[in-house]
Write a protein that binds this ligand. Structure first.
Ligand code: ATP
Ligand code: MG
Length: 357
């Protein structure tokens, strides 16, 4: 079992350190850890945000735990050398097309949500966002029209197979969640009343649903979904959506839970290997340069990303649940970092999780 650790920039190394301590306590049999440079650190040490040896390490691993990239000192570099290219490069090199972003309410945090406590309490959803297609990857540019006006354009497109493979991920996620008390529902979010891509999306999802009669499928236009997510998030189980809509809806979901320092994510590819799928796991937040090196960052999103890694790439559900329970207990006991209005530091929060494991 090989895990590649890529701490990256800013608070990345500090929060990765806490995840590594959790790994030590778990003492997984036969575990081999690699550590590689990514982001601004990659550029400064090796001249590239995604150095060749880091990429090789990623390809050889069963799973990747990724901290964060982003370094203000690299702002003036050309686009290909910027830290952010590391994550984009890894996603495309490894074919990671499915982004799983769970948003669950932790007991004791209801009052810190952007929503009313009684509404927030019901949040237990998973956003399944397509990661390799949509308007981000179509032809784009700026042209000058005959009358001299400039016109920007980004082509939005989805091919059938791209929709089908992410739909399968969504349906299977709904089935998996149903086994542990989930609602067995999937809501596919699109804008099929206006967009051709969305009409195709909807057709393919309906087609794929035939293979999953146990999952209750519904469809929602994205504008309505944004509204419903704050009105009554408890109605959702799995939300399946494209790259652009998923980007927006998952940021919205994070504030409903309470803090960006709490949410983890997985980027998954095609099924492979004995345990499941190669994946890249990372907090949804960035490198937080404003608090880097001060021991203030909340490591819980990073630790929860490790839990997702254990579950989705290594098939170690019991270990994942053990880590998640310890995190939930830490929050229930009121051990909060600055992002939640508390005063616990990075290592102190790590200590609290270790004790509760
Ligand atoms: P990116 O573009 O990489 O997503 P960003 O510009 O969205 O980065 P973040 O790095 O996510 O920004 O930081 C946004 C704010 O949230 C900052 O004020 C940062 O200090 C805070 N923040 C982010 N992560 C954490 C954390 N784990 N603990 C505490 N505060 C955090
Ligand atoms: Mg961000």
């Amino acid at each position: 079992m090989k895990i590649a650790l890529f701490p990256g920039d800013g608070i990345g190394p500090e929060i990765m350190e806490q995840a590594r301590r959790v790994l030590d306590v778990l003492a997984l049999p036969g575990l081999v850890l690699f550590e590689g440079d990514v982001g601004g650190v990659g550029y400064k040490r090796q001249g590239h945000p995604l150095p060749q040896d880091t990429l090789e390490m990623a390809k050889a691993a069963d799973a990747i735990l990724f901290g964060a990239v982003g370094d203000p000192e690299c702002d003036s570099l050309e686009r290909d050398l910027r830290p952010e290219q590391a994550i984009l490069g890894l996603r495309s090199a490894l074919g990671l097309f499915a982004n799983l972003r769970p948003a669950t309410m932790f007991p004791g945090l209801e009052d810190l949500s952007a929503l009313r406590p009684e509404v927030a309490r019901a949040i237990d959803l998973l956003i399944v966002r397509e990661l390799n297609g949509d308007v981000y990857f179509g032809d784009k540019g700026t042209r000058v029209l005959d009358d001299g006006r400039r016109q920007g354009f980004d082509i939005m497109s989805y091919a059938e197979d791209e929709v089908r493979r992410i739909a399968h991920v969504g349906f299977r996620a709904a089935q998996g969640r149903a086994k542990s008390g989930g609602k067995g529902r999937m809501c596919s979010v699109d804008k099929a009343n206006v967009l051709e891509t969305s009409q195709l999306w909807r057709d393919v999802v309906i087609d794929t649903a035939v293979e999953y009669p146990d999952v209750e499928l519904s469809h929602m236009y994205v504008d309505n979904a944004a509204m419903q997510l704050v009105r009554d998030p408890g109605q959702f189980d799995v939300i399946l959506t494209g790259n652009l809509f998923g980007d927006i809806l998952s940021d919205q979901a994070s504030m409903c839970v309470g803090s960006i320092g709490l949410l983890a994510s997985a980027a998954m590819g095609e099924t492979q290997g004995e345990f499941g799928t190669l994946g890249l796991f990372e907090p949804i937040h960035g490198s937080a340069p404003d608090i880097a090196g001060q021991g203030k960052a909340n490591p819980l999103a990073m630790i929860l990303s490790l839990a997702m890694l254990l579950r989705h790439s290594l098939g170690r559900e019991d270990d994942a649940a053990r880590v998640e329970k310890a995190v939930a207990k830490t929050l229930e006991d009121g051990i909060f970092g600055g992002d939640l209005g508390g005063s616990a530091g990075t290592a102190e929060i790590g200590d609290a999780v270790l004790q509760r494991m």
